[in-house]
Design a protein around this ligand. Structure first.
Ligand code: AMP
Ligand code: ZN
Length: 335
């Protein structure tokens, strides 16, 4: 707790408040600008038949043209990591609550988490549900939490599978799947349901670091070959709350997360992360009791291609008709 001198506080509060007003005004117009840019891209993607509005922010149907590019992006991402010789694993879009618990996701990102509910009531409760529905009321409160969570990051289910001792050299996995994050938005780059293709290494502190760092130039080269302007920047996850701000600072200071960002909305607006490279240190090794062949706590690292974001960044950069894209971009995508 800080004890402040009220007079001093009053003066600084006044000065600060003027400064705040000026910067708030600047921020407000910047925010409005970027909202206009986001709305324009969203409208273009919908009007040109790339995405279909499903009536809920951040949820879209995908058309043939979207799928054509999306599949090409994914295939190119896989080709670029072929030398890893990773074990392929696929998981459903939901994970058992017990596994979700072990990741500690709810401690850091309660606002992004989402659970599955089901109806477990009797006829009477069903009638009450229907009556509420008839009155136009929300009826989901009649459902009970099931022991299932929507998977927020596709590498999560893998750690539980390698509990115990790793082989020499650790393990390398290729995992693609659905991610759900409860962050409704009209920004077409921010979806609630999306996919990431991850290449995950679990091994020693040195091999985890090497995986994360060694893949960064490869990922950068791939994304640049798509004709996208890319910067690789230290980043933090959107940890929740006051404690979260501290965690976010630590993550940046310790260079645990790097993002591949691109100027989807122009150079004057924040660039958007379309992929990331993450070092988890011993976070999952400790939570899931994973040990290296030497008996140390395992470290892990994952690289993640945000498939929808890369796809939409391509439409934003080159237009909504892939047949008119530069030939070198089409070649890089194998289109
Ligand atoms: P992260 O685990 O947050 O680093 O996510 C990996 C990648 O998934 C990011 O670099 C983005 O490309 C993508 N991603 C994350 N959140 C979203 C979202 N809300 N909508 C679409 N793509 C996302
Ligand atoms: Zn991951």
């Amino acid at each position: 707790m800080t004890i402040t001198d009220p007079t001093h506080t009053a003066t600084t509060a006044h000065a600060a408040s003027e400064a705040t007003h000026a910067s708030e005004a600047a921020h407000a117009s910047e925010a409005a600008d970027i909202d206009v840019a986001r709305a324009a891209l969203r409208a273009r993607l919908l009007d040109d038949g790339v995405l279909i509005d499903l009536g809920s922010p951040g949820l879209y149907g995908r058309t043939g043209v979207f799928t054509r590019v999306y599949d090409a992006v994914d295939a190119a991402a896989v080709r670029s990591q072929a030398d890893l010789d990773a074990d392929v694993l696929r998981f459903p879009p939901v994970e058992p609550l017990a596994a979700f618990e072990q990741t500690d996701y709810i401690a850091s990102f309660p606002d992004l988490a989402a659970s599955i509910s089901g109806f477990t009531g009797d006829d009477r409760t069903h009638r009450a549900l229907l009556a509420a529905r008839e009155r136009g009321e929300r009826w989901e409160s009649f459902l009970q939490p099931a022991d299932l969570m929507l998977t927020p990051a596709v590498c999560h289910p893998v750690y539980g599978l390698v509990t115990g001792t790793l082989p020499d050299g650790g393990r390398m996995f290729d995992i693609v799947g659905d991610s759900f994050r409860r962050e409704p938005s009209l920004d077409p780059m921010r979806l609630q349901a999306f996919h990431m293709h991850e290449f995950v290494h679990i091994g020693t502190p040195a091999t985890a670091q090497q995986h994360r760092d060694g893949r960064i130039p490869v990922m950068r080269e791939l994304l640049e070959s798509f004709g996208l302007e890319i910067d690789v920047v230290p980043a933090n996850d959107p940890f929740f709350g006051r404690v979260g701000q501290m965690l976010a600072r630590n993550q940046v200071e310790q260079s645990l997360k790097f993002e591949f960002v691109t100027p989807v909305y122009g150079h004057d607006h924040p660039w958007t992360a379309i992929s990331s490279a993450n070092l988890h240190e011993d976070h999952f090794g400790t939570s899931f009791a994973i040990r290296t062949a030497d008996g140390e706590v395992a470290h892990s690292a994952c690289i993640a291609f945000g498939l929808e974001r890369i796809t939409i960044a391509l439409f934003a950069a080159h237009g909504t008709d892939p047949d008119a894209w530069p030939t070198e971009v089409l070649a890089a995508l194998g289109l």
